[in-house]
Design a protein around this ligand. Structure first.
Ligand code: ADP
Ligand code: MG
Length: 327
């Protein structure tokens, strides 16, 4: 069967079935934002990889090489953030078309380094290969997390509150603007071209709250809700009026004639964190909100109730697993 017939998620499931190997030292195996390995009694490593491919994840008509490098590193840093960890070391593989200039490759590294160094993360090796057509960047990132602080995708509980950092919809709003107008200096274009991973925010969250599950929004809110709830035998109720949409996102949506709500539900590459907490944590939320921009957007419900959006009118709507999939 061709991969576009089986679909990305089912393909990964079949790969998982074939390769899954239990290992006492692997605390989080295939299926989460990153793997967690117990390398010694007091030391946990967090290990992830992510790739950006030209024409699939970025277009050089509106991305500079520096921005491509920055974003490739952010995608990986964000997976470490989603586990509650701190990034440490990166290996970078680049696939280069023959026509690329060496200065352009160095710009790519300037972007990677700028965002990595902000979090004290260092590039310590990699690989260079010819790519017949398009540029690609693959990063493998190693991080650390204290035992007891890492957070998986799988432990949400019935009745938990569903929360999200930052604003939603902005990356896709920026992308749609770029696709239509090619360039511009709108604030939200930066959110698409040069996003920040939520490392510090994740560290504050895992240190101060009992986070039951967490994922980064790389494929879109709807899709990530399915990962945190449906795939663990649970459902979700999300309130439309609680979704954090900034005035600038609403404005851009109206310029582009798009629905802000559908942007909020389907925008991938937000690199915001979606997480669940027990209701008991509610009393700490106000003090956390002083340090981390976060919103409570819904509740974990019984799976029989599905994944629902509660609209302003009070009516509910079933959410589809929309969002970015490769095939
Ligand atoms: P994310 O969106 O967080 O980058 P993905 O959807 O790419 O996560 O991957 C989901 C899970 O499947 C991760 O645990 C990842 O390590 C694993 N995975 C994805 N592709 C492969 C592959 N080709 N081989 C083994 N594991 C994979
Ligand atoms: Mg992820």
């Amino acid at each position: 069967m061709k991969v576009n017939q089986i679909g990305e998620f089912s393909l990964i499931e079949s790969i998982k079935k074939k390769i899954f190997a239990k290992d006492r030292q692997v605390l989080v195996n295939i299926g989460d934002d990153a793997a967690v390995i117990k390398s010694s009694p007091n030391r946990l490593l967090v290990f992830t990889t992510d790739t950006l491919v030209e024409k699939v994840h970025f277009d050089l008509r509106y991305f500079t090489f520096e921005e491509v490098g920055w974003k490739a590193m952010t995608a990986n840093l964000s997976d470490i953030a989603a586990m509650g960890g701190l990034p440490k070391y990166a290996l970078v593989t680049i696939g280069l078309p023959k026509s690329i200039e060496s200065e352009e490759v160095l710009s790519l590294y300037r972007g990677m380094n700028k965002i990595a160094r902000r979090y004290d993360c260092k590039i310590i090796g990699g690989d260079t290969t010819l790519s017949p057509r398009n540029l690609f960047v693959t990063i493998a990132l190693l991080g650390e997390v204290e035992p007891g602080l890492f957070v998986e995708r799988t432990e949400a509980q019935l009745g938990d509150l569903i929360c999200v950092t930052g604003n939603l919809g902005e990356s896709k709003a920026g992308l749609e603007y770029l696709k239509k107008y090619g360039q511009g200096d709108h604030l939200l274009l930066r959110k698409h071209l040069q996003p920040y991973p939520r490392i510090q925010q994740a560290r504050i969250l895992v240190r101060n709250l009992k986070i039951t599950s967490m994922i980064d929004i790389s494929d879109g809110l709807s899709s990530e809700l399915f990962h945190l709830t449906w795939e663990n035998g649970l459902g979700a109720a999300v309130y439309e009026d609680k979704l954090p949409l900034s005035p600038s996102c609403r404005k851009l949506a109206s310029i582009l004639n798009l629905s802000p709500l559908s942007l909020a539900l389907s925008s991938g590459e937000e690199y915001e964190l979606l997480f669940t907490i027990g209701k008991k944590e509610l009393k700490k939320i106000d003090s956390i909100k002083r340090k981390v921009n976060l919103s409570i957007i819904g509740e974990v419900v019984d799976q029989s109730k599905g994944i629902r959006l509660v609209q302003r009118s009070g009516k509910t709507k079933e959410l589809k697993k929309t969002g970015f999939v490769h095939f």
